[in-house]
Ligand binder design. Structure first.
Ligand code: AGP
Length: 606
């Protein structure tokens, strides 16, 4: 996936576009480029690497112009080179285009276009030439004719020198938002680049093309029929999308957790009734009672949040619950019916595999709800209902606060179903009170940041690690291990504690430390025995344990204590020390914490 920004108005476009690109850098950072409409032609500059490289190439100059487009790339077709960086040109530089997505039939189109001199290896440049080939003085019409020939996905912005006061934007499978200002418009892949200027936005839907001028936005479908769009108010603010004094977005987002957790549960729990009310379920009580099975579908970190959700649905609501990794879901002939409730869980709401799973589940007749962070995202809009997790903008590639809030919402749904089935008022009240106490307990853990940093310092020499947890803490181990892999590039594996002796124990040695979650719950004694087995193999141990458990310290080389809570809620707390551990490991190893190599924040290709 890539990031697109566009601006048209009275202000200078370059600073707005560069600032916007920085906000979208999480979407890709292989190369970046900018194109500005100028009286004598279109200025263009591109660079391999992050936005700052592009800024360096501009050498302090601000190309003048009040209309422009920009792009930050995560390479799909064609290597990471300046020639492959967007925006691409056609018609001798008169037409520029920035594209997010994949043009599947680009080879075919290339053949049809015949004798064109391509300057890049990208499918996007073929699209630029295709549009140019249809151009007869009306850019929107040319874009529409070209798109009628395209198979694939696109989020697209296009400008033409002969129509200097216009940007054409189009979307199919790749998000685009238009921000509405005062005699100005912003276009971007998500709302974060425009938060400083406007909260009023309209989301393009698939198959829509917008003609954007400084005073007007006209939207059409691909059959050239005008469409009336709704304007929505974005709740996020610009401050949330800044580092606020933290060294990295990831650290800031870890520290955001107590606050955004409150945002997630505020107004959604009822202390007296001991229940939760999530309107997005869109089901009557009778329909809820009729649900026989729950499926949770997601990728990566979101799938680990889903695994926690499975424990909650089964324990509180006695509902059989399956968790599927979205990329596998539709290839395994899942059995679904209208008594199956499917939740698709995604921070970005744009993950291609999760979106495909959603569509497949709908096709098979299941009721599909979204648990999503990004407002107006594709998955949020295509689901039959659902809930925003209110984590605010999450800009570090490694997901932290979105995970916590996904877990929170899944717990609330499980409680809501549970209260209709088997959970008593008293138990419901205990759960609600335990949830309300979580933010303060998170603060207690965050206060140990320095201690966790000191621990991380002693683990940087290891190449491999094992993460262990049992029950609800197995997904916590998986999440801790994923964080370490993706930002510190340290190999680690995660296993349920009881599985260790079925294989991975062979790996253990003085050079293979173990991070284990051994908090006081029903599996405490079992987990403790597993740690004894580790100690017998001389592996170093870093334990996450419950406050007051002095005994366990004898099995630990390093230990971080977390406050006690109900077992189902433990992942909300126990994950935080592991997030901080991975963060400090990455910093100490000199890695790019917020922009880890090869990754992009949301994976919009299959
Ligand atoms: C999280 O740290 C990862 N970068 C990744 O696993 C992510 O959770 C996954 O790609 C799913 O993204 P989504 O929540 O936006 O769908």
């Amino acid at each position: 996936m890539c990031g697109i920004v566009g601006y048209i108005g009275d202000k200078q476009a370059t600073p707005i576009l560069l600032k916007g690109l920085r906000r979208l850098e999480y979407r890709g950072y292989d190369s970046a480029g900018i194109a500005i409409m100028q009286p004598d032609g279109i200025f263009r500059e591109r660079s391999v690497g992050k936005i700052e490289k592009l800024v360096g190439k501009l050498q302090g100059q601000t190309p003048e112009g009040t209309v422009g487009i920009a792009h930050t790339r995560w390479a799909t077709h064609g290597g990471v080179t300046e020639a492959n960086a967007h925006p691409h040109t056609a018609a001798d530089g008169d037409l520029v285009l920035a594209h997010n997505g994949i043009i599947e039939n680009y080879r075919e189109l290339k053949k049809e276009l015949g004798d064109v001199k391509y300057k890049s290896e990208t499918d996007s440049e073929v699209l630029a030439h295709l549009i140019a080939s249809f151009y007869e003085g009306d850019l929107r019409k040319a874009v529409m004719k070209a798109l009628a020939r395209v198979r694939g996905t696109y989020g697209l912005v296009v400008m033409h020198r002969k129509e200097p006061e216009k940007i054409i934007a189009a979307r199919l499978g790749s998000p685009l938002v238009i921000g509405i200002g005062d005699h100005e418009h912003y276009i971007a892949s998500d709302p974060t680049p425009m938060l400083a200027y406007t909260k009023r936005v309209t989301f393009l839907d698939d198959g829509e093309v917008a003609e954007v001028t400084k005073d007007n936005v006209q939207t059409f479908n691909l059959k050239d029929k005008a469409i009336t769009k709704h304007i929505e108010e974005i709740e996020w603010n610009d401050e949330q999308a800044q580092k606020q004094g933290f060294a990295h977005f990831m650290l800031k987002e870890i520290f955001d957790q107590p606050t955004v957790f409150e945002d997630a549960i505020r107004g959604r729990v009822e202390a007296e009734e001991g229940t939760a009310h999530l309107g997005g379920i869109n089901l009557t009580e009778k329909e809820m009672r009729n649900i026989k099975r729950v499926m949770l579908i997601a990728c990566g970190t979101a799938s680990y949040a889903a695994m926690v959700g499975k424990y909650a649905f089964e324990r509180l609501a006695e509902l059989p619950c399956e968790v599927d990794v979205a990329s596998e879901f539709r290839y395994r002939d899942p059995i679904l019916d209208e008594q199956t409730l499917v939740f698709v869980i995604s921070q970005s709401g744009e993950t291609a595999d999760t979106l495909a799973a959603l569509r497949e589940a709908k096709r098979k007749g299941a009721k599909v709800r979204g648990i999503i962070n990004v407002i107006g995202s594709t998955i949020a809009r295509e689901a039959h209902g659902g809930t925003y997790i209110h984590a605010g903008p999450e800009l570090a590639v490694a997901s932290t606060k979105a995970y916590t809030n996904m877990v929170a919402i899944l717990l609330l749904y499980a409680l809501q179903f549970g209260r209709l089935r088997r959970v008593t008022v008293a138990t419901g009240q205990r759960i609600v009170n335990a949830l309300l106490a979580i933010p303060e307990k998170m603060q207690t853990i965050l206060k140990q940041n320095d201690a966790i940093e000191a621990i991380a310092d002693t683990y940087t020499r290891y190449q491999d690690m094992l993460f262990l947890g049992r029950g609800v803490n197995f997904p916590v181990a998986l999440e801790g291990s994923l964080k370490l892999k993706e930002i510190a590039y340290v190999h680690s594996e995660a296993y349920p504690g009881g599985e260790m002796k079925h294989g991975p124990i062979a790996l253990l040695s003085e050079d293979f430390p173990v991070v284990a979650i051994v908090t006081k719950n029903q599996l405490y004694d079992k987990m403790r025995s597993n740690i004894e087995e580790i100690r017998a193999r001389k592996a170093k141990t870093f334990l996450i344990a419950t406050e007051g458990d002095a005994d366990i310290a004898e099995l630990a080389n390093d230990i971080i204590y977390v406050p006690n809570t109900m077992e189902l809620l433990e992942p909300l707390l126990n994950t935080i020390p592991l997030q901080l551990f991975a963060y400090h490991m990455a910093v100490k190893l000199g890695k790019d914490v917020d922009r880890p190599r090869n990754l992009a924040k949301s994976v919009t290709v299959e």
